[in-house]
Design a protein around this ligand. Structure first.
Ligand SMILES: [Ca+2]
Ligand SMILES: [Ca+2]
Length: 77
């Protein structure tokens, strides 16, 4: 049950990548190579992403996705 609850809590974050993440890596989304993914970069890579989904993936709330945050958001399980 614990595993299911963890998955459910992360589901809104994960949802935005499921259809788009194939072959997509942090490096390809971070088009300006700043080391973090901005909302604009994420939308460029995944046009269906919403602001709420971006904020859900931005675990520390600094307005950008670190590699760790991006990888968590794109992990399907
Ligand atoms: Ca960037
Ligand atoms: Ca962040």
């Amino acid at each position: 049950m614990k595993k299911i609850l963890t998955t459910a809590a992360a589901f809104t974050t994960i949802a935005f990548v499921s259809a788009h993440a194939e072959g997509m890596t942090f490096e390809t989304v971070d088009t300006d190579k700043s080391g973090a993914i901005s909302m604009q970069e994420l939308v460029t890579a995944m046009p269906t992403v919403t602001d709420a989904q971006f904020k859900g993936a931005d675990l520390d709330g600094n307005g950008e996705l670190s590699k760790e945050e991006f990888e968590k958001a794109t992990t399907k399980k």
